[in-house]
Design a protein around this ligand. Structure first.
Ligand code: ARG
Ligand code: ZN
Length: 852
């Protein structure tokens, strides 16, 4: 079935209250649900329910028989205006490997309900526009499940017969079923008190397994920072008496914002310096913030239907990006964060927008909603919110937010409702801006400049197009904000905003005394592809002189892309530019590292008509090697200069130094392995933190150092039994690029045979299989096609276990049409072969669209 946005129907019943009682047993959990219901329109009541066993139904305490039930729905006929509906059913958490609904992980119970998991717990109006007050009673064995948690406030606990106990939780806020959660098991807690701006006392808790308790401090600090930040920047306070985070080792995504009871992948909770990298620390802060910010943007105001997902996700990603940027504590830190976000957008979202799964940030149709938790809905969605922020300014944007909560607190609304608030609060005409919500594809903006020396005018001819995407062949022009500045050596000038609205638009600037150098789309003010042939000397000028640090980075990336794609060695002026960057003492090390980091291969692929992934890989490897060799003395100096003497801290400044130092180490090994591998091995043996250990280990393994085996072994011995650390150990091996002629597929197959490999654990699967297929282009796209065979085998195997994880892997072949004929042919045949199997909805949608 295909679901269409235009088919939205408001529910014909309301569920004002639900009382849920669970008897938790891993083999068979019984759920008794009492719904206080009210009729809103004519017809029968159709409740969703999957993988449930129905035990009994009663209406107003009387046994009721006027219903039908199948594997997806329970339809109840002839119901009165107001009534109590009682449903008894059961499910089997132990055999639930999809990790949706109620499931068991390491002998504890967890739930994941977004988007449509609640229907695997009990029959319900499982759609986000049905807001209900929940009271939940949990019954379970006290020795096996001493901790019993659900949303809201704990109102009662007590003992039962046979060693069981119970807890009753009440959530004062009406919520959709996707925000329901329960947790039961052997868990320990880190607690803090928090006093809000308005003076109310809150209890903050982080629940984990006992062995992990010492690694929860950073998550707690991140939570406190999040609460403070939302009060300060958005004026939004925590609305519950207690806020809980629980970590679980088996989880499909990053984390989930269930009201008052966030459930997190352990990867985004647990950290200490010996097991987590600087990047892990930063990701934890960002994800803790993201889920916390959902409490207002997502929970207090939620989505009317799942087509509106970007209403909460785009806005909340924008908020978490701003949170992380503010916490960087400096302008250059802010730029570093912006560059990282833009890199992700270009590496992953641009290909999605150009491929068979392209969709607007507010999709018009889907077969499986789980396939639409995408970089488009999240990251491009955040860019669209950011453009509004750019067009309206901070003050105007905040006026819009204020109106949004004034109008819609407690409601389930649409993206149009959000945009209307932004427009109404600012007298902003959003008619054209709304195409960002309805049209897919990355707009291309082309620029031609002309300087008239006699008239002293500078003219920009700007045009836009957007390539066709599935079901959208023709596009209306977008409203594109381009932050712009004209740079003239030795002269000051102001930044201004060009609002590109026409297909073709001319901007004439007068009294320009000499030919300026154009700095446009500063800070990446619009998520577009810019076609502007700027000569290398101008790009080098921008790299050296632009007062917008983002555009300095942009200029050097553009030069590097051009050179790699055309297999041109770096020019002498470019090498001098790089050298100057290295030696500049005023620049943030993190920024320098980002300037040197070359564009990702997937991003380079997008810029070619047809791709030979091996040629791109080797061109990049070669270019990098030249940078290593020609600047070898500077790399040695940078390595020394960025060693840190003080004790480990993951703060942005130290993290930046480590990143630059470890990049320098990579360049040293790249230019002369035999000479420098010992330095890497020394670093690995002597360092006191995972960032430096992992960086050194990655280099030793990827460059096939003679120390590689010993280093890998050292890591394994040290971290045996620590799942998150072992994920890194696997990922290093799965991302190893092949040597000139060799294949690496057989090594990956071997990794799967390791006793620590677990096909049912999404983190472990992603660390090996997804890493190889999506993060190792040269290894995966082997001319023999063996990478694609590996992909086929694993999509099929995973689909029988966890369709969401399988569907994500399925997308590794999305861009098959872009590759050179021999690659393309094998990919095509693997895709077609896959479709001959019985597949989940999730995987089927991805493969069918890829073949279309
Ligand atoms: N709302 C969650 C977040 O963005 C993502 C959960 C999605 N889960 C899923 N199974 N599709 O933080
Ligand atoms: Zn989210």
């Amino acid at each position: 079935t295909i679901f269409l946005r235009e088919d939205y129907l408001a529910p014909n019943f309301a569920i004002d209250q639900v009382y849920l009682e669970f008897s938790l047993n891993p083999n068979k959990t019984i759920v008794k649900s009492t719904l206080h219901m009210r009729r809103l329109g004519p017809g029968s009541l159709v409740l969703k329910g999957e993988e449930l066993e129905l035990i009994s139904i009663a209406v107003n305490q009387e046994d009721y028989r006027d219903f039908e039930v199948n594997s997806k729905e329970l339809t109840v006929h002839h119901l009165p205006e107001v009534f109590d509906l009682e449903i008894n059913c059961s499910n089997q958490p132990n055999i639930n490997s999809s990790l949706m609904g109620l499931y068991v992980s390491n002998d504890n119970f967890f739930t994941q309900c977004e988007a449509e998991g609640f229907r695997k717990i009990t029959y319900f109006l499982d759609q986000p526009d049905v807001l209900t007050k929940f009271t939940v009673k949990l019954n379970a064995s006290k020795v096996d499940y001493p901790v019993l948690l659900s949303n809201g406030n704990l109102i009662e606990e007590g003992e039962l017969n046979n060693g069981w106990h119970f807890a009753v939780w009440e959530d004062p806020f009406p919520k959709p079923s996707y925000l329901f959660a329960l947790v039961a098991g052997k868990l320990e807690v880190l607690e803090r008190q928090y006093i809000t701006n308005s003076g109310s006392k809150k209890l903050l808790q982080i629940w984990v397994e006992k062995k992990d308790l010492s690694r929860t401090k950073h998550a707690m600090e991140s939570l406190i920072h999040s609460i403070e930040w939302d009060e300060k920047r958005f004026g939004l306070e925590l609305d519950l008496e207690r806020f809980m985070i629980v970590a679980v080792g088996d989880f499909n995504m990053g984390a989930m914002e269930n009201k008052g009871l966030n459930i997190f992948n352990t990867k985004y909770v647990l950290a200490d310096q010996h097991t987590a990298t600087d990047i892990d620390f930063a990701n934890i802060e960002s994800v803790v913030g993201h889920e916390y910010f959902h409490n207002w943007t997502g929970n207090r105001v939620t989505c009317r239907d799942w087509f509106q997902l970007s209403l909460k996700e785009g806005l909340t990603v924008f908020r978490d990006q701003e949170f992380s940027a503010d916490l960087m504590g400096s302008d250059s830190g802010r730029t570093v964060k912006r560059i990282e976000d833009v890199r992700l957008l270009r590496q992953v979202q641009f290909p999605e927008d150009a491929g068979p799964m392209a969709h607007p940030i507010r999709p018009d149709s889907y077969q499986e909603i789980n396939n639409f938790y995408t970089v488009t809905v999240y990251e491009k969605g955040a860019e669209v919110v950011r453009m509004l922020h750019t067009l309206l300014g901070e003050t105007g944007f905040m006026k819009g937010m204020k109106l949004y909560f004034a109008r819609h607190d407690g409601q389930a609304v649409t993206c149009d409702d959000f945009l209307a608030c932004m427009a109404d609060a600012n007298q902003f005409d959003a008619k054209q801006f709304q195409y960002w919500y309805s049209q897919a594809g990355t707009p291309q903006v082309s620029i031609k400049e002309q300087y008239n020396e006699v008239a002293k005018t500078y003219t920009l001819q700007i045009s836009q197009t957007c390539p066709p995407t599935p079901n959208q062949s023709v596009k209306a022009p977008f409203h594109i904000p381009l932050k712009t500045k004209l740079l003239v050596p030795g002269q000051a000038s102001d930044e201004f905003l060009i609002e590109l609205k026409e297909t073709e638009q001319q901007v004439v600037l007068k009294n320009i005394q000499t030919k300026p150098i154009l700095s446009i789309n500063r800070d990446f003010s619009a998520p577009v592809i810019l076609n502007f042939d700027q000569p290398e000397n101008e790009l080098l000028f921008l790299f050296d002189q632009d007062d917008n640090a983002f555009n300095r980075w942009e200029a050097i990336q553009k030069i590097a892309s051009n050179n790699i794609l055309n297999n041109i060695a770096p020019s002498d002026p470019l090498i001098e530019g790089y050298r100057k960057l290295m030696l500049d003492p005023t620049l943030d090390p993190a920024f320098k590292e980002l300037c040197f980091t070359l564009p990702a291969e997937t991003y380079l692929h997008e810029q070619l008509e047809t791709v030979d992934p091996q040629i791109v890989h080797h061109a990049k490897v070669h270019y990098q090697n030249v940078l290593g060799v020609r600047l070898i003395n500077e790399w040695e100096n940078l390595y020394e200069a960025n060693l840190i003497a003080s004790p480990y801290s993951p703060n942005a400044v130290d993290a930046g130094k480590r990143a630059l130092k470890n990049f320098a180490l990579k360049m040293l090994l790249d230019s002369n392995l035999a000479k420098f591998e010992a330095i890497a091995f020394e670093q690995l043996k002597n360092c006191d933190n995972m960032t430096d250990f992992l960086a050194a280990l990655t280099l030793l393994v990827h460059y096939e150092s003679s120390f590689a085996a010993e280093a890998l072994n050292l890591f394994y011995q040290r971290h045996q039994g620590n799942d998150l650390a072992l994920d890194k150990w696997f990922a290093i091996q799965a991302s190893k690029p092949p040597k000139q002629s060799g294949k690496i597929v057989q090594d990956i197959r071997k990794l799967k045979l390791h006793s620590d490999f677990k096909m049912r654990n999404p983190n472990r699967v992603r660390s090996v299989i997804h890493t190889f297929c999506m993060n190792n282009p040269a290894g995966f796209h082997d001319a023999s096609g063996e990478g694609y065979e590996f992909w086929y085998d694993n999509v099929l195997e995973l689909d029988g276990i966890n369709p969401q994880v399988a569907a994500r892997l399925a997308r590794a072949l999305d861009r098959w049409k872009k590759f050179d004929a021999p690659y393309q042919a094998i990919m095509h045949s693997q895709l077609e072969k896959l479709l001959t199997n019985p597949l989940s909805n999730d995987v089927k949608e991805v493969i069918q669209k890829a073949l279309n």
